[in-house]
Every structure is written in structure tokens, then in C-alpha cells.
Design a protein around this ligand. Structure first.
Ligand SMILES: *[C@@H]1O[C@H](CO)[C@@H](O)[C@H](O)[C@H]1NC(C)=O
Ligand SMILES: *[C@@H]1O[C@H](CO)[C@@H](O)[C@H](O)[C@H]1NC(C)=O
Length: 212
């Protein structure tokens, strides 16, 4: 501290000693550079994931003896992922995927971005998922089928959209898992009926690992 104080004094009062002055400026610049680098790359701000729109026009369960259970559904939604970091972009180290789940059982999966794809700093990516209506085999079990019948009676289905992937941020070594869960409550609105307005759902990210 004494040295630095001396240095300041030299800076402010002995202008002729330009060497000290230069040293002072150098130290201050290094401190500022370090602070900026720390703010830019020292801490990861986690992705912002939300479902901004969704519409469900069909959701039907068929149980065909002896053991096949299938879900036929028409669901389209808009998934929004934002990278809030102002300095760090990210790169997928595994494909980024959206999974549809009913009663904790995945019944469909979609690739949002390939392995190696990048998501620049500060940018928002919007994914519209609107597959043609499909039928998928699903393992719901007794409990899941009971849950389906319960929700079927109300006309409101609880479908979870999970976003899973793995990314690496610019200038960082660790790979970070991405796991977000978006619990949706979808009012079934077959064609010809008026759908209730969908309220944007913010997705919950699982607690990040160390260094992520
Ligand atoms: C579901 O999608 C299929 C194929 O896209 C379409 O033929 C059908 O009319 C849709 N059904 C409902 C209820 O939206
Ligand atoms: C769901 O409800 C519809 C009518 O509301 C009914 O026709 C259908 O059989 C029900 N499905 C199941 C699996 O209970």
C-alpha cells in the first residue's frame, strides 16, 4: 500500500518523474482490465427459458390390448431461449432437445439445435414447434392412465416441456448441463372451439453444477 501511495504522490506532484506516472497508469489499467475480465467471464448467468405460446387441439389416449398404449396429440408451441450473458456466447457440446412429457413419461422429443451450434451473447432464440398431429407409443402404466382419465374429465392437461442439453461458454473450460422444466396447463381446444389465451410460462432450471 505504501508503495502505491508513494506512486500516487509521485504521479500527482512530481510530473517530471514520468516513469512513476507511467507505472501508476499501468497499474490502474491492469486493475481495470482484471475487473472487466472478471465481470465478463468470471460468472455465468444462466439461460432464460420460457414457453411463450402453446395450443393443444387433440390429446387422446388409446389402449390397445394386450400392452400398447399410445397418445395421439396435436400440440404446437413457441419456446424462447435467451442467453443473458453480455460477453459470453455458448456452444452446444450435445444436441439441444425439447421433450414432451405426460405424468413424467416422455412421449415425444424434438431437436432444437445440433451439437456444435452456437448461441451468441445476449441473443434470443425462438423455436416454433408445430409438428403435424402424431401418435406415439407411451409407457404410462396404470397410474399414468388413471391420471390421464382424471385430466381428460376436466379438459385441462398437464404437459411438461423439458429442455435438455449441454453447453460450453466462451473462455470457460467446464461443460455445463442445461436442464429446464416448463410445466404447462393446457386447455384442450379442438378446431372450431375458442382456445383460452395462453399465459407465458417461465421454465425452471435445475441447480447448476460447480463452475457452471
Ligand atoms: C391434428 O393434426 C392432423 C395432421 O396434421 C390433422 O389432420 C388433424 O385434423 C388435427 N386434428 C386436430 C383435432 O387438430
Ligand atoms: C376423454 O374424454 C372424451 C370426451 O370428453 C371421451 O370421449 C374419451 O373416451 C375420454 N378418454 C379416456 C381415455 O377416458
Amino acid at each position: 500500500m505504501g508503495k502505491l501511495g508513494e506512486c500516487w504522490d509521485d504521479c500527482c506532484y512530481k510530473w517530471d518523474e514520468w516513469k512513476y506516472c507511467l507505472l501508476c497508469v499501468g497499474i490502474v489499467a491492469a486493475v481495470i482490465l482484471f475487473a472487466v475480465l472478471l465481470a465478463a467471464f468470471g460468472f455465468v448467468r444462466h439461460l432464460d427459458v420460457s414457453v411463450d405460446d402453446a395450443s393443444l387441439t387433440r390429446f387422446e389416449l388409446a389402449t390397445t390390448p394386450p400392452a400398447l398404449t399410445s397418445l395421439s396429440y396435436n400440440l404446437s408451441l413457441t419456446l424462447v431461449i435467451r442467453n443473458p450473458n453480455w460477453a459470453m456466447g455458448l456452444k452446444n457440446t450435445k444436441p439441444l432437445e425439447a421433450q414432451y412429457k405426460f405424468d413424467d413419461q416422455a412421449f415425444d422429443r424434438f431437436q432444437l439445435a445440433d451439437k456444435g451450434a452456437k448461441h451468441p451473447r445476449g441473443k434470443t432464440r425462438v423455436y416454433h414447434l408445430s409438428p403435424a398431429g402424431t401418435t406415439r407409443a407411451v409407457m404410462l402404466g396404470n397410474a399414468g392412465e388413471a391420471e390421464f382419465r382424471k385430466e381428460n374429465a376436466t379438459g385441462v392437461f398437464e404437459v411438461e416441456v423439458a429442455v435438455v442439453g449441454e453447453v460450453r461458454y466462451t473462455a470457460r473450460y467446464t461443460k455445463c448441463k442445461v436442464e429446464a422444466s416448463c410445466p404447462l396447463k393446457l386447455q384442450l381446444a379442438p378446431p372450431g372451439t375458442t382456445a383460452v389465451v395462453f399465459q407465458k410460462v417461465k421454465c425452471k432450471l435445475t441447480k447448476p453444477e460447480k463452475n457452471c
